[in-house]
Write a protein that binds this ligand. Structure first.
Ligand SMILES: NC(=O)c1ccc[n+]([C@@H]2O[C@H](COP(=O)([O-])OP(=O)(O)OC[C@H]3O[C@@H](n4cnc5c(N)ncnc54)[C@H](OP(=O)(O)O)[C@@H]3O)[C@@H](O)[C@H]2O)c1
Length: 333
Protein backbone atom coordinates (compact mmCIF):
# COMPACT_ATOMS: atom_id res chain seq x y z
CA UNK A 1 0.00 0.00 0.00
CA UNK A 2 1.59 3.21 -1.17
CA UNK A 3 0.10 6.30 0.45
CA UNK A 4 -1.37 5.43 3.83
CA UNK A 5 -4.07 8.05 4.32
CA UNK A 6 -7.89 7.90 4.39
CA UNK A 7 -8.31 5.53 1.45
CA UNK A 8 -5.71 2.83 2.09
CA UNK A 9 -6.38 2.80 5.84
CA UNK A 10 -10.08 2.20 5.11
CA UNK A 11 -9.12 -0.47 2.59
CA UNK A 12 -7.28 -2.41 5.33
CA UNK A 13 -10.51 -2.45 7.38
CA UNK A 14 -12.52 -3.58 4.36
CA UNK A 15 -10.04 -6.35 3.52
CA UNK A 16 -10.31 -7.63 7.09
CA UNK A 17 -14.10 -7.36 7.05
CA UNK A 18 -14.46 -9.22 3.74
CA UNK A 19 -11.72 -11.77 4.41
CA UNK A 20 -14.15 -14.76 4.64
CA UNK A 21 -15.66 -13.87 1.23
CA UNK A 22 -12.22 -13.37 -0.29
CA UNK A 23 -11.05 -16.74 0.99
CA UNK A 24 -14.22 -18.34 -0.38
CA UNK A 25 -13.10 -16.99 -3.76
CA UNK A 26 -9.65 -18.52 -3.25
CA UNK A 27 -8.01 -15.19 -2.50
CA UNK A 28 -5.63 -14.99 0.45
CA UNK A 29 -3.91 -11.70 1.16
CA UNK A 30 -1.12 -10.22 3.26
CA UNK A 31 -0.09 -6.59 3.49
CA UNK A 32 3.66 -6.79 3.00
CA UNK A 33 4.49 -3.11 2.72
CA UNK A 34 3.17 0.33 3.52
CA UNK A 35 4.75 3.61 2.47
CA UNK A 36 4.15 7.34 2.73
CA UNK A 37 6.27 10.48 2.93
CA UNK A 38 6.08 10.39 6.72
CA UNK A 39 6.54 6.63 7.20
CA UNK A 40 9.13 6.01 4.49
CA UNK A 41 9.25 2.58 2.79
CA UNK A 42 8.32 -0.17 5.27
CA UNK A 43 8.28 -3.80 4.13
CA UNK A 44 7.90 -7.20 5.70
CA UNK A 45 7.30 -10.04 3.24
CA UNK A 46 5.89 -12.21 6.04
CA UNK A 47 3.09 -9.65 6.51
CA UNK A 48 2.45 -6.57 8.62
CA UNK A 49 -0.20 -6.79 11.35
CA UNK A 50 -3.53 -5.70 9.76
CA UNK A 51 -5.05 -5.02 13.21
CA UNK A 52 -2.29 -2.47 13.85
CA UNK A 53 -2.74 -0.94 10.37
CA UNK A 54 -6.52 -0.69 10.71
CA UNK A 55 -6.54 0.79 14.23
CA UNK A 56 -7.87 4.24 15.07
CA UNK A 57 -4.36 5.38 16.02
CA UNK A 58 -2.19 6.63 13.13
CA UNK A 59 0.82 4.33 12.82
CA UNK A 60 4.34 5.74 13.05
CA UNK A 61 7.73 4.35 12.07
CA UNK A 62 8.21 3.25 15.72
CA UNK A 63 5.45 0.67 15.15
CA UNK A 64 7.66 -1.25 12.75
CA UNK A 65 10.82 -2.56 14.46
CA UNK A 66 12.89 -5.37 12.88
CA UNK A 67 12.27 -7.67 11.04
CA UNK A 68 10.34 -5.04 9.05
CA UNK A 69 12.78 -3.52 6.62
CA UNK A 70 13.32 0.03 5.40
CA UNK A 71 13.95 0.55 1.72
CA UNK A 72 15.37 3.53 -0.09
CA UNK A 73 12.89 3.78 -2.94
CA UNK A 74 9.79 2.29 -4.51
CA UNK A 75 11.61 -0.37 -6.56
CA UNK A 76 13.67 -1.63 -3.62
CA UNK A 77 10.52 -1.57 -1.47
CA UNK A 78 8.48 -3.64 -3.99
CA UNK A 79 11.31 -6.20 -4.00
CA UNK A 80 11.54 -6.30 -0.19
CA UNK A 81 7.74 -6.64 0.10
CA UNK A 82 7.66 -9.27 -2.71
CA UNK A 83 4.59 -7.41 -3.91
CA UNK A 84 2.05 -9.12 -6.17
CA UNK A 85 -0.23 -6.07 -6.18
CA UNK A 86 0.42 -2.38 -5.58
CA UNK A 87 -2.48 -0.42 -4.07
CA UNK A 88 -1.57 3.19 -4.83
CA UNK A 89 -3.43 5.98 -3.00
CA UNK A 90 -1.07 8.93 -2.79
CA UNK A 91 -2.18 12.54 -3.18
CA UNK A 92 -3.21 14.01 -6.51
CA UNK A 93 -0.58 15.94 -8.47
CA UNK A 94 -2.46 17.72 -11.24
CA UNK A 95 0.68 18.98 -12.99
CA UNK A 96 2.25 15.70 -14.12
CA UNK A 97 0.76 12.91 -11.98
CA UNK A 98 4.10 12.26 -10.29
CA UNK A 99 5.37 10.45 -8.30
CA UNK A 100 2.34 8.16 -8.71
CA UNK A 101 3.14 7.56 -12.40
CA UNK A 102 6.57 6.28 -11.38
CA UNK A 103 5.04 4.16 -8.59
CA UNK A 104 2.72 2.39 -11.05
CA UNK A 105 5.47 2.03 -13.65
CA UNK A 106 7.74 0.47 -11.01
CA UNK A 107 4.99 -1.94 -9.89
CA UNK A 108 4.26 -3.16 -13.42
CA UNK A 109 7.97 -3.56 -14.22
CA UNK A 110 8.38 -5.46 -10.94
CA UNK A 111 5.62 -7.83 -12.12
CA UNK A 112 2.82 -6.66 -9.84
CA UNK A 113 -0.72 -5.59 -10.73
CA UNK A 114 -1.08 -1.82 -10.41
CA UNK A 115 -4.27 -0.49 -8.77
CA UNK A 116 -4.72 3.18 -8.04
CA UNK A 117 -7.28 5.61 -6.63
CA UNK A 118 -5.12 8.48 -7.89
CA UNK A 119 -6.41 10.19 -11.06
CA UNK A 120 -3.13 11.92 -11.89
CA UNK A 121 -1.43 8.93 -13.56
CA UNK A 122 -4.52 8.13 -15.64
CA UNK A 123 -4.67 11.62 -17.08
CA UNK A 124 -0.94 12.00 -17.60
CA UNK A 125 0.28 8.50 -18.49
CA UNK A 126 -2.64 6.19 -19.33
CA UNK A 127 -1.34 5.10 -22.73
CA UNK A 128 2.14 4.29 -21.48
CA UNK A 129 0.96 2.47 -18.34
CA UNK A 130 -1.65 0.47 -20.26
CA UNK A 131 1.02 -0.72 -22.71
CA UNK A 132 3.38 -1.55 -19.86
CA UNK A 133 0.68 -3.59 -18.10
CA UNK A 134 -0.03 -5.52 -21.29
CA UNK A 135 3.69 -6.14 -21.87
CA UNK A 136 4.03 -7.63 -18.37
CA UNK A 137 0.73 -9.54 -18.42
CA UNK A 138 -0.56 -7.52 -15.44
CA UNK A 139 -3.62 -5.35 -14.81
CA UNK A 140 -3.74 -1.58 -14.52
CA UNK A 141 -7.00 -0.78 -12.69
CA UNK A 142 -8.33 2.54 -11.40
CA UNK A 143 -12.05 2.22 -10.68
CA UNK A 144 -11.88 4.44 -7.59
CA UNK A 145 -10.55 7.45 -9.48
CA UNK A 146 -14.01 8.62 -10.62
CA UNK A 147 -17.20 8.39 -8.51
CA UNK A 148 -15.41 6.46 -5.79
CA UNK A 149 -16.07 2.75 -6.11
CA UNK A 150 -18.99 2.88 -8.54
CA UNK A 151 -18.19 0.73 -11.59
CA UNK A 152 -17.86 3.19 -14.46
CA UNK A 153 -14.68 2.15 -16.24
CA UNK A 154 -15.40 -1.55 -15.75
CA UNK A 155 -19.05 -1.06 -16.76
CA UNK A 156 -18.01 0.18 -20.19
CA UNK A 157 -14.91 -1.96 -20.58
CA UNK A 158 -16.45 -5.24 -19.44
CA UNK A 159 -20.17 -4.90 -20.12
CA UNK A 160 -20.68 -2.33 -22.88
CA UNK A 161 -18.17 -3.34 -25.55
CA UNK A 162 -17.94 -1.34 -28.82
CA UNK A 163 -20.43 1.25 -27.64
CA UNK A 164 -19.74 4.86 -28.67
CA UNK A 165 -20.03 7.63 -26.08
CA UNK A 166 -21.06 10.96 -27.61
CA UNK A 167 -20.81 12.94 -24.40
CA UNK A 168 -21.53 13.07 -20.70
CA UNK A 169 -22.63 15.52 -18.06
CA UNK A 170 -22.48 15.18 -14.29
CA UNK A 171 -21.41 16.17 -10.82
CA UNK A 172 -18.14 14.45 -10.04
CA UNK A 173 -16.54 16.41 -7.19
CA UNK A 174 -17.95 15.67 -3.74
CA UNK A 175 -16.20 18.47 -1.87
CA UNK A 176 -17.68 21.31 -3.94
CA UNK A 177 -21.09 19.63 -3.81
CA UNK A 178 -20.85 19.40 0.01
CA UNK A 179 -19.82 23.09 0.08
CA UNK A 180 -22.70 24.20 -2.18
CA UNK A 181 -25.21 22.11 -0.18
CA UNK A 182 -23.83 23.57 3.07
CA UNK A 183 -24.08 27.14 1.73
CA UNK A 184 -27.68 26.48 0.64
CA UNK A 185 -28.42 25.52 4.26
CA UNK A 186 -26.86 28.76 5.54
CA UNK A 187 -23.36 27.57 6.48
CA UNK A 188 -20.37 29.69 5.46
CA UNK A 189 -18.02 28.56 2.69
CA UNK A 190 -15.29 27.80 5.27
CA UNK A 191 -17.60 25.81 7.60
CA UNK A 192 -18.90 23.78 4.64
CA UNK A 193 -15.34 23.03 3.51
CA UNK A 194 -14.42 21.90 7.04
CA UNK A 195 -17.39 19.52 6.92
CA UNK A 196 -16.04 17.97 3.69
CA UNK A 197 -12.59 17.67 5.27
CA UNK A 198 -13.99 16.05 8.41
CA UNK A 199 -15.71 13.29 6.45
CA UNK A 200 -12.48 12.69 4.49
CA UNK A 201 -13.69 13.46 0.94
CA UNK A 202 -11.61 16.63 0.40
CA UNK A 203 -8.37 16.39 -1.53
CA UNK A 204 -5.16 16.64 0.53
CA UNK A 205 -4.92 20.18 -0.91
CA UNK A 206 -8.56 21.40 -0.94
CA UNK A 207 -7.75 24.06 -3.57
CA UNK A 208 -7.77 21.16 -6.02
CA UNK A 209 -11.48 20.75 -5.28
CA UNK A 210 -12.49 24.41 -5.00
CA UNK A 211 -10.71 25.52 -8.18
CA UNK A 212 -12.22 22.66 -10.17
CA UNK A 213 -8.97 20.75 -10.71
CA UNK A 214 -10.22 17.46 -9.25
CA UNK A 215 -13.35 17.65 -11.40
CA UNK A 216 -11.32 18.56 -14.50
CA UNK A 217 -8.96 15.63 -13.93
CA UNK A 218 -11.96 13.28 -13.64
CA UNK A 219 -13.46 14.67 -16.86
CA UNK A 220 -10.10 14.17 -18.61
CA UNK A 221 -9.84 10.60 -17.26
CA UNK A 222 -13.31 9.71 -18.60
CA UNK A 223 -12.56 11.32 -21.98
CA UNK A 224 -9.18 9.59 -22.32
CA UNK A 225 -10.25 6.12 -21.19
CA UNK A 226 -13.89 5.89 -22.32
CA UNK A 227 -14.02 8.26 -25.30
CA UNK A 228 -10.54 7.32 -26.55
CA UNK A 229 -9.48 10.94 -27.01
CA UNK A 230 -6.05 12.01 -25.70
CA UNK A 231 -7.22 15.29 -24.20
CA UNK A 232 -4.71 17.43 -22.29
CA UNK A 233 -5.81 18.65 -18.86
CA UNK A 234 -5.11 22.23 -20.02
CA UNK A 235 -7.77 21.76 -22.71
CA UNK A 236 -10.53 21.08 -20.17
CA UNK A 237 -12.14 24.50 -19.72
CA UNK A 238 -12.17 25.02 -15.94
CA UNK A 239 -13.83 27.37 -13.47
CA UNK A 240 -14.21 26.63 -9.74
CA UNK A 241 -16.75 27.75 -7.13
CA UNK A 242 -14.62 30.26 -5.19
CA UNK A 243 -16.41 33.30 -6.64
CA UNK A 244 -19.89 32.17 -5.55
CA UNK A 245 -21.28 33.89 -2.46
CA UNK A 246 -23.70 32.32 0.04
CA UNK A 247 -26.36 34.82 -1.06
CA UNK A 248 -26.07 33.83 -4.71
CA UNK A 249 -26.18 30.12 -3.85
CA UNK A 250 -29.25 30.46 -1.61
CA UNK A 251 -31.05 32.73 -4.08
CA UNK A 252 -30.43 30.28 -6.92
CA UNK A 253 -31.87 27.39 -4.87
CA UNK A 254 -34.88 29.51 -3.83
CA UNK A 255 -35.53 30.33 -7.50
CA UNK A 256 -35.49 26.61 -8.36
CA UNK A 257 -32.26 26.67 -10.38
CA UNK A 258 -29.53 25.67 -7.91
CA UNK A 259 -25.82 26.06 -8.60
CA UNK A 260 -23.87 22.87 -9.30
CA UNK A 261 -20.27 22.39 -10.39
CA UNK A 262 -21.14 20.73 -13.70
CA UNK A 263 -18.67 18.49 -15.53
CA UNK A 264 -19.32 17.87 -19.21
CA UNK A 265 -17.75 16.59 -22.41
CA UNK A 266 -19.03 16.37 -25.97
CA UNK A 267 -17.69 14.74 -29.11
CA UNK A 268 -17.53 17.16 -32.03
CA UNK A 269 -16.32 16.82 -35.61
CA UNK A 270 -12.89 18.06 -34.48
CA UNK A 271 -12.44 16.05 -31.28
CA UNK A 272 -13.90 16.35 -27.78
CA UNK A 273 -14.69 19.57 -25.93
CA UNK A 274 -14.71 19.34 -22.15
CA UNK A 275 -15.67 21.74 -19.40
CA UNK A 276 -16.03 22.17 -15.62
CA UNK A 277 -17.95 25.22 -14.40
CA UNK A 278 -20.64 26.28 -11.91
CA UNK A 279 -24.01 26.27 -13.66
CA UNK A 280 -27.56 26.96 -12.53
CA UNK A 281 -29.45 23.77 -13.33
CA UNK A 282 -33.23 23.55 -13.70
CA UNK A 283 -35.15 21.87 -10.88
CA UNK A 284 -36.31 19.05 -13.17
CA UNK A 285 -32.70 18.20 -14.13
CA UNK A 286 -31.51 15.10 -12.20
CA UNK A 287 -28.32 17.05 -11.35
CA UNK A 288 -30.37 19.47 -9.23
CA UNK A 289 -31.23 16.71 -6.75
CA UNK A 290 -27.70 15.48 -6.14
CA UNK A 291 -26.61 16.94 -2.80
CA UNK A 292 -23.69 16.57 -0.40
CA UNK A 293 -21.16 13.84 -1.20
CA UNK A 294 -23.51 12.29 -3.77
CA UNK A 295 -22.55 12.31 -7.44
CA UNK A 296 -24.07 11.62 -10.82
CA UNK A 297 -23.02 11.09 -14.42
CA UNK A 298 -25.31 10.94 -17.44
CA UNK A 299 -23.77 9.36 -20.54
CA UNK A 300 -25.11 9.78 -24.07
CA UNK A 301 -24.26 6.74 -26.17
CA UNK A 302 -25.15 5.57 -29.68
CA UNK A 303 -27.01 2.54 -28.30
CA UNK A 304 -28.51 3.84 -25.04
CA UNK A 305 -29.47 7.49 -25.62
CA UNK A 306 -29.28 8.23 -21.89
CA UNK A 307 -27.48 6.12 -19.33
CA UNK A 308 -27.44 7.67 -15.87
CA UNK A 309 -25.42 6.52 -12.87
CA UNK A 310 -25.99 8.12 -9.48
CA UNK A 311 -24.33 7.46 -6.18
CA UNK A 312 -26.03 8.51 -2.97
CA UNK A 313 -23.87 9.70 -0.09
CA UNK A 314 -20.76 7.57 -0.53
CA UNK A 315 -18.20 7.51 2.25
CA UNK A 316 -14.61 6.34 2.34
CA UNK A 317 -15.75 2.71 2.19
CA UNK A 318 -17.07 3.40 -1.32
CA UNK A 319 -13.61 4.44 -2.52
CA UNK A 320 -11.91 1.60 -0.68
CA UNK A 321 -14.47 -0.79 -2.19
CA UNK A 322 -13.49 0.30 -5.71
CA UNK A 323 -9.92 -0.70 -4.91
CA UNK A 324 -11.07 -3.98 -3.34
CA UNK A 325 -13.16 -4.78 -6.44
CA UNK A 326 -10.12 -3.97 -8.64
CA UNK A 327 -8.01 -6.25 -6.42
CA UNK A 328 -10.51 -9.10 -6.91
CA UNK A 329 -10.58 -8.44 -10.68
CA UNK A 330 -6.80 -8.55 -10.79
CA UNK A 331 -6.12 -11.66 -8.73
CA UNK A 332 -9.41 -13.59 -8.84
CA UNK A 333 -9.86 -16.50 -11.18
N1 LIG B 1 -10.78 10.40 -0.07
C1 LIG B 1 -11.63 10.10 -1.04
O1 LIG B 1 -12.85 10.06 -0.85
C2 LIG B 1 -11.12 9.74 -2.40
C3 LIG B 1 -12.03 9.31 -3.39
C4 LIG B 1 -11.54 8.92 -4.65
C5 LIG B 1 -10.19 9.02 -4.92
N2 LIG B 1 -9.33 9.50 -3.96
C6 LIG B 1 -7.91 9.61 -4.29
O2 LIG B 1 -7.18 8.70 -3.47
C7 LIG B 1 -5.90 9.26 -3.19
C8 LIG B 1 -5.67 9.24 -1.68
O3 LIG B 1 -6.70 9.97 -1.05
P1 LIG B 1 -6.74 10.06 0.55
O4 LIG B 1 -8.05 10.66 0.89
O5 LIG B 1 -6.35 8.75 1.16
O6 LIG B 1 -5.57 11.14 0.82
P2 LIG B 1 -4.80 11.42 2.18
O7 LIG B 1 -5.60 10.97 3.36
O8 LIG B 1 -4.32 12.82 2.11
O9 LIG B 1 -3.54 10.43 2.09
C9 LIG B 1 -2.57 10.57 1.10
C10 LIG B 1 -1.43 9.65 1.44
O10 LIG B 1 -0.47 9.73 0.39
C11 LIG B 1 0.80 9.94 0.95
N3 LIG B 1 1.63 10.64 -0.01
C12 LIG B 1 1.38 11.82 -0.61
N4 LIG B 1 2.38 12.11 -1.46
C13 LIG B 1 3.27 11.10 -1.38
C14 LIG B 1 4.51 10.83 -2.01
N5 LIG B 1 5.03 11.71 -2.86
N6 LIG B 1 5.15 9.68 -1.71
C15 LIG B 1 4.62 8.81 -0.81
N7 LIG B 1 3.45 9.01 -0.18
C16 LIG B 1 2.79 10.15 -0.46
C17 LIG B 1 0.56 10.75 2.21
O11 LIG B 1 1.67 10.61 3.04
P3 LIG B 1 2.01 11.65 4.21
O12 LIG B 1 0.84 11.60 5.14
O13 LIG B 1 3.24 11.11 4.83
O14 LIG B 1 2.18 12.98 3.54
C18 LIG B 1 -0.68 10.03 2.74
O15 LIG B 1 -0.31 8.85 3.42
C19 LIG B 1 -5.85 10.66 -3.81
O16 LIG B 1 -5.20 10.59 -5.05
C20 LIG B 1 -7.32 10.98 -4.00
O17 LIG B 1 -7.54 11.84 -5.11
C21 LIG B 1 -9.76 9.83 -2.72
Amino acid sequence: MLGFGNVNRTLVRLLMDRDPELRARGIAWRITGIASRRLGWIADASGLDPALLSGQRTVTTADFPAPSSRSADVREWLQAARADVLLEATSLNVVDGQPAVEHLRAALEHGAHAITANKGPIVHAYGELKQLAAAHGKRLLFESTVMDGIPIFSLFQENLPVIHIQGFRGILNSTTNVILSGMEEGLSFEASLRKAQEIGVAETDARHDIEGWDAAVKVAALVIVLMGEKIQLANVEREGIAKLTGEQVRAARAEGTPYKLVCSARRTSSGVTARVAPERVPQNDPLAWVAGTSSIVYFETDIFPGLCITEDNPGLYATAYGMLADFIRAVGT
